[in-house]
Design a protein around this ligand. Sequence first.
Ligand code: C2E
Ligand code: MG
Ligand code: MG
Length: 463
Amino acid sequence: MKDDGHKRRVRASLLGSGIISVLVGLGWSAAFIHFDRPVLAALNGGLIPFGIALAWLAYQRRLKAAALLAGHFLPLFIAVSCLFDEVPDGVHRATQMHFLPLALGVYFVFRRGSIYMKYVVSAFCLIGFVVFSITSIGFHDPALVIPASAAEIGVWANTLTAMAELVFVVVIMNADLSVRRMMDIEMRKAIAHGDFQLQYQPQINEAEKVVGAEALIRWRHARMGDVPPAKFIPLAEESGLIVPIGNWVLRAACAQLAQWEVRPETQHLTMAVNVSASQFRQPDFVQSVSEIVRLSGVTPSKIKLELTESIFVDNVDVTASKMNALKAIGIIWSLDDFGTGYSSLSVLNSFPLGQIKIDKSFVRGMLSNASNMVVTEAIIELAGKLNLQVIAEGVETVEQLNRLREAGCLNYQGYLFSPPLDIDAFGKLLSPEPSSVEPLSRHMPELPPPGLAHAGVTRPSSS
Ligand code: C2E
Ligand code: MG
Ligand code: MG
């Protein structure tokens, strides 16, 4: 999950659910022990370790694991509890009430995630609610029945806590919706007013010369300050605004590339542009990219479109044919963040890729984790055999650079050389003062990195 407000609200929901589960588990276990119902006490006691594990995972920011745990455990737990929920005559069963907030919560948490969790698990909860409300399906073991007066209190407690959970989920969803609405309005204004900008991060070859740049979008908002792409790109993807934004990025990057092409000292530079999955999925994607590239007049083979692995879960034929159509006019496809997705290595030869970008998490883990190094070496070797160019992103230290070079990776991008720069600073990086014409990394003191020093910019604290 990307680091934005949605992620914070998901974390709050999961942390809250973990704590509530522990309290509910303690409360019910104590009540069933009091009524000498050890089976029910043990069953409800199961909520305690679950709640602790959930809160711990959420606290550790392992949100995917936490959400998957909750999304699987809670529906099953409620279903089993309903089967054991043996009420005396005249009292209604109420455990199934918890299915309602759960259905909504699962839908919210997995709104941007897997279809299985978003629809199948939510549907299971809704069906569970209906079935256990209308039928008396269950184990019907008289030994489980508790006195009618206590059972009635239990029904009230179950119904009230389920309603409280429902309010909690709705409040969080509402807060999320308000922020999304506000961001949507602000993004529309930014498109209309031309408030987005591009920065360019140099890409370096084995001789430590700048051979290209990756165009990265920037949004400086008057009130919100610098809004990172990780915060607004996922929202733009959901609302469809990624299409005008992505087209603007491509047009602006091509316009810059056209300027580089007319100057001898910059005409060799390539331009990498990120393409988000929902932008790629547009039916007229190939047509609009071809049109933008044609109108800009740039050499298409100097454009690298960066896709992430998420696109390869789509229809293989459609994806490959779109990629082939743009490859046919010369555009190069680069697989961004390689190693972070779930696709198999077969994507490397099933799609017309020209480059893979080793994700920065591998580069970061390479020196501390031997298996990361082995995987990185294997990726580089495999890419070489498949005739794919390899570039490593997130190169921050000379040690990482040396290890990558030893492993056979000869193209790099990262703070060691330079952060993303606005176009003036990028120009200065390309034409350094006569006193600093050695390869980039040689210029750089440990902190800040050398490329930054002669480009006259400061090193950002994070991506
Ligand atoms: P990405 O395409 O993988 O871009 C690399 C990100 O890593 C950039 O973050 C860059 O500033 C950062 N980075 C570069 N060198 C280093 C380093 O040495 N260490 C670390 N820790 N980070 C480094 P940024 O600009 O915040 O962009 C984040 C993501 O947002 C991008 O990841 C890309 O997925 C998306 N994005 C950015 N611009 C665009 C765009 O124009 N269109 C689309 N669709 N997505 C974009
Ligand atoms: Mg990229
Ligand atoms: Mg990347």
